[in-house]
Design a protein. Structure first.
Length: 759
């Protein structure tokens, strides 16, 4: 395990510990401190106010954990202006970590090590801060290995605006109070010193990082020719510390990105990023998905022939670049030896539709990537604008096919997608299909989350790979994560849910550990002990299984029973022998909900179903692990030839809080539930059944006394196609098709859901 060393200790460590012991013995928990925040983060009075708060807190601050004490003390000392003492505190902390062999600290910690060093040098040597920071940077970062230096420089490049906004929000939260507790004060001090540090060195970092990169890496911009005389732009990062040819890690993406390639080089690989080919017209458009498999294979073959390559290539990515490894593996190139993806796209499965229901976000995204001169980054990222546009279309009642005309920018790619509502040959050609999965005989790692919108795509790749090759070397890691966990890192809370400590895994770094196992022969990460590795929410533990089905050892069947007078619908262990039913009626022409957006909260005080019916179980008599993919059968009569449905599941705690068990909801078009390739319309007015197995996985320990809650609803929302139930192409249906009679359904009481459990 590499040691982390920055600078030299300038104050006897014993003095710090004597101070720590004296504080612990002499002071009890301090009362709240008087404090009124300034108006803004940039207020000229802010430094003095924060300096005063820190100076008053230092004599009374105490903490039983020595490492936490030293870290927080250093922040207080920096804010108070005693940078020499702060630097000594941080050096003592680093020495303790080194002796305990805990590896490198986080990039965040190293940033404050560097800042304290620079500020103490500025004062001691009486030099300007830019000169002091440059010298400290060269001393501290220069002596690190590539991986440690990358972690520090990536942190340093964060925009100061991020910290200004965080400080302003902290001040605003405090504004109504006259005092602040010790815990709140320490948190505020950290927020302030982050702002103060990045404000001081933000403009200095770019040139220093660029020079450091030139010292460490050889960077080549290349053009890879294709067999059809097109060209693919690529960027190659090679670590200068390499003693010979290395394996390459390739990201093939539609976005202009390169930092992952440098990160790969920092981890001892050849880092290559290649970009979706552009058309030859003046607009330099790209065509998503269609050619990437063949082009990725071309790049892989090119890499394997280079003198700096050892002939082995791994592919990785998230979102779009999570799709391209599977596209390349459709006809597995010999040099491709491993795949690691997270939140991967699966065209025709989860993009541009989910459950064969088209999503309006696909129009927004496709217009942006195919014609960025029309839709720039700022417009693409304006969520309020697009929410308003969804509402405008929804209220208009126009055909879904008219979406582009209504926005003023027709999009041929989006129309092409709408012309393929089934999972037909158009989509099947993009990634492995059926028996093609059996030929992917290389290690694969899939990472996803219970709250990732892309979870159905990740599970599709995993289940199809194992369906056609039961011995596939394909490993799944899943926990309480969303789509952004790989890029952003794990947050301690996710939309109101306090993430278990065991789930707070650096899944980004875990990917490199897995690649090291595949390419360098190191030990496999201990967390990946079986094919399925999942965190049990609420139990704060990881469990492992050889398959998705093996996550559970039994099941609980709940029937959907009607309540009294149409309310308090029940989940029961037995069906109603009188064949009662729950009536549901939805107006397909009502637009009163045009501003509705799906709730993001994982934990909430109430649930308001959107065109849905809620069914609630009796309290559980014992704690139960809900593990796996739920399934069920719907027995119903409907007056339309088709409908879109969604299912959401919650745990209602004894406190009456609701915990969403997965998110977003499981959505599907009824006519494609049996077969996503061939549409099978419903029989209007006839009693019929549909069986399903969810495409969303979860694991949670349900508490004793909790209730299981299921919401079964009609999919009718501003950001989706609206299925009017005529049986025609849904993209061609309009409000005129829904103005005769509302959608009417009877859910019969022998409808049920099957919950996989482990006890």
């Amino acid at each position: 395990m590499r040691a982390w060393k920055i600078g030299h200790t300038r104050l006897a460590k014993s003095a710090v510990f004597v101070s720590f012991i004296a504080v612990s013995q002499a002071w009890a928990a301090p009362p709240d401190l008087q404090f009124r925040p300034p108006a803004t983060a940039d207020d000229p009075a802010t430094p003095a106010l924060m300096r005063d708060l820190a100076a008053r807190l230092i004599p009374v601050y105490e903490e039983s954990d020595t490492d936490r004490y030293l870290a927080n003390l250093s922040a207080l000392q920096m804010t108070a202006g005693d940078y020499a003492a702060a630097y000594a505190s941080r050096q003592t902390l680093l020495e303790r970590r080194r002796k305990a062999e805990r590896g490198r600290p986080t990039g965040r910690a190293a940033v404050f090590d560097l800042y304290a060093h620079a500020k103490s040098m500025e004062i001691d040597n009486r030099i300007a801060f830019p000169e002091a920071f440059t010298k400290a940077y060269q001393e501290d970062v220069g002596q690190l290995d590539d991986q440690d230096a990358y972690a520090v420089t990536q942190r340093l490049e964060t925009s100061p605006i991020v910290f200004r906004e965080a400080l302003q929000q902290a001040f605003d939260r405090q504004r109504a109070k006259d005092s602040i507790s010790e815990t709140e004060a320490v948190a505020l001090i950290w927020t302030y010193i982050s702002f103060d540090a990045y404000r001081a060195f933000g403009a200095l970092v770019g040139p220093l990082d660029a020079e450091e990169d030139r010292r460490r890496y050889t960077v080549d911009e290349v053009v890879v020719p294709t067999a059809d005389r097109a060209s693919i732009a690529a960027l190659v990062f090679r670590p200068k510390s390499a003693g010979g040819p290395l394996p390459a890690l390739l990201e093939f993406t539609i976005y202009h990105a390169q930092h992952y390639a440098k990160e790969c080089a920092a981890h001892g690989y050849l880092g290559v990023v290649a970009y979706t080919r552009q058309t030859g017209d003046k607009a330099l458009r790209v065509i998503p998905y269609e050619r990437d498999g063949a082009d990725a294979r071309t790049v892989i073959d090119w890499i394997a022939k280079q003198s700096w390559s050892d002939g082995r290539v791994g592919m990785y990515g998230e979102g779009y670049s999570g799709f391209t490894p599977w596209a390349a593996a459709k006809r597995l190139p010999p040099a491709l030896k491993a795949i690691a993806t997270s939140a991967a796209d699966a065209p025709g499965i989860d993009v541009p539709m989910i459950g064969n229901i088209f999503k309006s976000s696909a129009y927004r995204w496709s217009l942006h990537v195919t014609n960025p001169m029309v839709l720039d980054d700022a417009t693409f990222g304006d969520d309020a604008l697009w929410q308003a546009f969804d509402a405008k279309w929804y209220r208009s009642g126009r055909r879904y096919r008219d979406l582009g005309r209504l926005f003023g920018q027709p999009n041929p790619i989006f129309i092409r997608w709408l012309n393929h509502p089934s999972y037909d040959r158009y989509w099947q050609k993009m990634v492995p299909y059926r028996e093609e999965f059996a030929h992917i005989n290389i290690p694969v790692l899939t990472t996803t989350g219970y709250y990732a919108a892309s979870e159905p795509a990740d599970l599709y790749y995993f289940t199809e790979h194992h369906r056609y090759d039961p011995h596939a070397e394909h490993t799944l890691l899943i926990g309480p994560y969303d789509d952004g966990v790989m890029q952003r890192g794990l947050l301690p809370t996710l939309n109101g849910y306090q993430v278990d400590s065991s789930a707070r895994v650096d899944v980004h770094e875990l990917r490199y550990q897995w690649f090291d196992h595949v390419f360098k022969g190191s030990a496999s990460p201990t967390l990946l002990t079986d094919k399925v590795n999942y965190e049990v929410m609420g139990a704060n533990e990881w469990q492992h299984a050889p398959s998705l089905d093996a996550m559970a050892n039994r099941s609980m069947r709940y029937f959907l029973n009607a309540g009294v007078s149409g309310v308090n619908h029940r989940l029961t262990k037995h069906s109603n022998t009188k064949l009662a039913f729950t009536q549901q009626t939805v107006s397909l022409v009502d637009r009163a909900d045009s501003d509705w957006v799906p709730p993001a909260e994982v934990v909430s005080r109430s649930v308001a179903p959107h065109y849905g019916t809620m069914f609630v179980s009796q309290p559980l008599t014992q704690a139960t692990d809900f593990n796996g993919l739920f399934s069920g059968r719907l027995d119903f009569t409907v007056n339309k030839m088709d409908m879109d449905l969604y299912i959401s599941l919650y745990e209602r705690l004894p406190s009456d809080d609701y915990v969403r068990l997965f998110g977003p909801s499981y959505e599907f078009r009824a006519s494609y539930l049996r077969d996503r390739v061939h549409r099978q319309l419903l029989k209007a007015g006839e009693r019929q059944t549909l069986t399903f197995k969810s495409e969303r996985l979860t694991s949670r320990r349900l508490q004793k006394g909790s209730r299981l809650v299921i919401v079964l609803g009609i999919g009718k929302r501003p950001d989706r196609q609206i299925n009017y139930g005529t049986g025609n192409d849904v993209s061609d249906e309009s409000l005129a098709d829904g103005n005769t009679t509302p959608l009417k359904i009877r859910w019969y009481s022998d409808s049920y859901v099957e919950i996989p459990i482990r006890r």
